[in-house]
Structure formats: structure tokens, C-alpha cells
Design a protein around this ligand. Structure first.
Ligand code: B12
Ligand code: SF4
Ligand code: SF4
Length: 384
């Protein structure tokens, strides 16, 4: 029986590597007994922000056996998306928007899901077992499971760090009713290092191994649908979609390797995009430009919100014209950040001349709030 399991595992690993997975390891369904309590504490602290789906799915997420009682083995698979150039280089081009490495090509969900289905089909046929495949969006705690399977360790920034590939691994999981031999867990190798914690531009780590998503640029620019709190806008700099700072500074990246998956290799045209071009995207041109990439996920309005924050942080007075044009955009999300951006780039007289009429006719409370701030209007002066 044991030999059968070992032989099956070997055949599966070989097949998975051929299909494009770089790391394949196995954990038992009961291997993350501490996860329910930690997830509960994280949610109770409100660190999930507006990601209510994390609360709704907490019970199933915390324990794989609640998600699928028949599961006997969990296979964790990693796909290396290692970049070929400095991931933080775009941050110094203030007139451009920086897109995080993971989003500089095809959407990894689509790429990995296809591969997972293929290799899971192989397992189901060989082992006569049932299988379910997951990547990112299902209620599965992929990181603690990956650590339990020995794929890597959860660094102080909470992301899985691999001793073979550094910080650049996407994770996927296959749940199966087949009994497979499990692998040894990985242990933490952070030591006294705290580079990832110290570099975070918005202080999103209340403590090592804990992330307050509400302050994380990745959450703010991708997941968060509303206005971005004012105190966090300057820290965002020119990051318009995601953030890689805590990943990029990790010393374990000395083992990083360039991705072998063509669909995940960085496209140069998505590394640093001129803010003046991005600010002109309307809905159809946004969709056409970012089709097939993860960027399409935010939709045009949220994306332009991010672009305007980068414009406001650019220090480039020439970009103020783009923000001025967007002062009359139909989306309040966009109008509000256009106001904030001109507030950062233009002298007060220019802001007053642009704002006094618009402020009178603005009906959205949040946009009015932004105007009040940049016009230095006292609340009572304009109370209706
Ligand atoms: C929600 C989510 C986010 C949220 C919240 C992130 C977070 N850290 O929770 C936001 C939007 C901020 C986010 C951002 C990013 N994400 Co994300 N995200 C997820 C998602 C869907 C769930 C994560 C989760 O369960 N969080 C809940 C918390 C409680 O779990 P946790 O982070 O594991 O928390 C652990 C620690 O707090 C720890 N802990 C607490 N106290 C202590 C004390 C000690 C001593 C120790 C050791 C541990 C410890 O215990 C908890 C459980 O293990 C996963 C996919 C999935 N289904 O797993 C992808 C996932 C984690 N994201 C991923 C990526 C790539 C990113 C970004 C890099 C994208 C980008 N470039 O912008 C950033 C990284 C930011 C960061 N530093 O985490 C990858 C990470 C791959 C990897 N190698 O680990 C995943 C796995 C998606 C995937 N399938 O590849 N993400
Ligand atoms: S992704 Fe950026 S903002 Fe989020 S925790 Fe890491 S460094 Fe901070
Ligand atoms: S930067 Fe340092 S503390 Fe952070 S994950 Fe890497 S080794 Fe750990």
C-alpha cells in the first residue's frame, strides 16, 4: 500500500513538473491545527477590511475537512513567476504607474487553473480517486498549508518564501480522496531579519507575521472599492496596481529564478506605464488595454482612482492637466481623487478658480469633502 502511494506520488510529481509546476508537495488535511484561531483573531481585529467574503467563508477556510470531509491528502503546487529585472525599478519613474510583478502578464488564476485541472485529471484516473482544484479564490488557507507541505515558510510578511524560488511563487491546491505520503513541513528561516516589515510604505504590519490588509497597497489598489483613506495616499507613491516592496527586499530572493512560464513572464509594456496615457482610458479602452491580465479586475473607475493618486504623488505639475480633465468625470471615485491630485500639484489660486463653481454644483458628499479640504472651506460655511 505504502509503495503504491509512493509510486503514485512519484508519477504525479513527474507529470505536474511536465505541465509546468515548479514545486509539488503534500500535506495532511489536519496539518494546520493553529489556523482556525489565527484566522479568527485576524478577522476579529478587522484586518480583512471590506473583504467580507473572508468572514462568510471563515469556517470552511480554517479547516480543509470542513470544506470537504472526504479529503485525505492535500497537494500544494507552486508556479514560479520570478522576474528578470529589478521588481522595484518602476517606482523611481514618477510620471509612470508601477504595476506589481504578478500582474504584468496573463491572469495567473486562468493559467494555473488550466494546469491544475490537467494534472488533477491524471491523478483521478491513476488513483481512481475524487479530486477538487483550488487557486486563490476558494476558501482554502493556501499559505499555512503550503508551509505544512514544506513548499516554503511563511515569512514575517506572511507570504510563502521558498528556498528554491524566493518570494515569487503562485500557489494552487488539489484536494483528493487518495491517501498519498505526506512531506515534511518547512520551518521558518527569517531569523532576526525584518526587512519586509521595515520597507512597507504604509506600515501595514502591526506585528511580524500579521498583516492589516486595510493598510496594504495591494488591498487598497485592487480589492478596495471605495475611496482610499487620505492618510495612506502619499505612501502609495506611483503603485497603481498591487505592491511588491515586502517581497522584493527579502534576502531569500538570492535563490530566485526567472519564470519558465511564458504566460507569466513580465511584459515590458506593462512594467511602467505613462500616467498621462492611463488617465485618458475610458471603459472600452481600459478593457481592451488590459484584457487577459489581472488588471481588468478593478474596472476602469477604480483603476483611474489609483492613477490619480499616482498623479497627485508625482510632483509633476504637467500632469495636473490630466487631473483637471477628470474633475468632471461621471464617477465620484474618480472626481474625488482628481480633486485630491490638483490639491497636491497646483497653487491655491488655481485650485480656487477650478473649484468654486464645481464645489457649488457637486452633489456627492465624498467629492464635496475633498473639495472642502483643498479649498480650505470650513464645514459651517457651506452647510445647506
Ligand atoms: C486575502 C488575500 C490577500 C489580502 C490579505 C493578505 C494576507 N496576508 O492575508 C491582500 C489583498 C492584502 C493580499 C495581498 C497580496 N497577495 Co494575496 N491572497 C489572499 C488570499 C485570498 C487569502 C489569504 C488569507 O487567508 N489571509 C488570512 C490570514 C489570516 O492568513 P495568513 O496571511 O496566512 O495569516 C497567517 C499569519 O497571520 C500567521 N500568524 C499569525 N500570527 C503568527 C505568529 C507566528 C509566530 C507565525 C509563525 C505565524 C503567525 O497565521 C495565519 C495563518 O497561518 C490568498 C489565497 C488563499 N486562498 O490563500 C492570496 C495569496 C496569499 N496572495 C498572494 C499574493 C501573490 C499577494 C501579493 C504579493 C500580490 C501583490 N503583489 O500585490 C500581496 C502580498 C501582500 C502580503 N504581504 O501579504 C499569493 C501568495 C503566494 C505566496 N507565495 O505566498 C496567494 C497565496 C494567492 C495564490 N494562490 O498564489 N492578498
Ligand atoms: S504589499 Fe506593499 S503595502 Fe502591502 S504589506 Fe507588502 S510592502 Fe506593505
Ligand atoms: S525579508 Fe526577512 S523577515 Fe521578511 S520574509 Fe524575508 S527573511 Fe523573513
Amino acid at each position: 500500500m505504502k509503495t503504491n502511494g509512493e509510486a503514485l506520488k512519484r508519477a504525479f510529481v513527474e507529470r505536474a513538473k511536465q505541465i509546468g509546476f515548479d514545486m509539488i508537495r503534500i500535506a495532511a488535511p489536519d496539518s494546520i491545527p493553529f489556523a482556525p484561531e489565527r484566522l479568527k483573531a485576524w478577522l476579529e481585529a478587522g484586518h480583512h477590511g471590506s473583504m467580507d467574503w473572508m468572514v462568510d467563508t471563515a469556517e470552511r477556510r480554517a479547516d480543509p475537512r470542513t470544506l470537504w470531509p472526504e479529503v485525505r491528502s492535500i497537494i500544494l503546487l507552486g508556479v514560479n513567476y520570478g522576474p528578470t529585472s529589478d521588481p522595484l525599478a518602476a517606482l523611481s519613474h514618477k510620471d509612470c504607474g508601477s504595476i506589481s510583478i504578478y500582474a504584468r502578464n496573463r491572469d495567473y488564476h486562468d493559467v494555473i487553473k488550466g494546469k491544475l485541472k490537467e494534472v488533477a485529471g491524471f491523478l483521478a484516473a491513476k488513483a481512481s480517486s475524487d479530486v477538487k482544484v483550488f487557486v486563490d479564490t476558494a476558501p482554502v488557507m493556501e499559505k499555512p498549508l503550503a508551509e505544512a507541505a514544506g513548499l516554503g515558510f511563511q515569512g514575517k510578511h506572511t507570504v510563502i518564501v521558498s528556498r528554491e524560488f524566493g518570494n515569487w511563487l503562485f500557489l494552487g491546491a488539489i484536494f483528493t480522496t487518495a491517501e498519498l505520503p505526506v512531506d515534511e513541513p518547512e520551518r521558518n528561516h527569517c531569523g532576526s531579519c525584518r526587512r519586509c516589515l521595515d520597507i512597507c510604505p504604509t506600515n501595514a504590519f502591526p506585528a511580524p507575521f500579521q498583516l492589516d490588509a486595510r493598510r496594504c497597497i495591494s488591498y487598497l489598489t485592487i480589492e478596495h472599492r471605495g475611496h482610499i483613506p487620505e492618510e495612506l495616499r502619499s505612501g502609495i507613491g506611483n503603485r497603481i496596481f498591487g505592491c511588491d516592496d515586502c517581497l522584493a527586499v527579502c534576502p531569500w530572493n538570492k535563490f530566485a529564478q526567472a519564470s519558465r512560464e511564458v504566460k507569466l513572464m513580465q511584459r515590458d509594456d506593462l512594467a511602467a506605464l505613462p500616467l498621462s496615457e492611463l488617465a485618458r482610458l475610458d471603459d472600452p479602452s481600459f478593457r481592451m488595454r488590459f484584457s487577459g491580465t489581472p488588471i481588468k479586475r478593478t474596472g476602469r473607475d477604480r483603476f483611474i482612482r489609483n492613477v490619480l493618486i499616482a498623479i497627485g504623488n508625482s510632483g509633476e505639475a504637467a500632469l495636473a492637466d490630466e487631473a483637471i480633465r477628470l474633475l468632471d468625470d461621471p464617477s465620484p471615485l474618480v472626481r474625488a481623487m482628481a480633486v485630491w491630485a490638483i490639491g497636491r500639484l497646483l497653487p491655491h489660486e488655481a485650485i480656487v478658480s477650478l473649484g468654486s463653481e464645481r464645489f457649488k454644483h457637486e452633489s456627492d458628499a465624498d467629492v464635496r469633502g475633498e473639495w472642502k479640504r483643498v479649498l480650505s472651506v470650513k464645514e459651517e460655511t457651506h452647510a445647506a
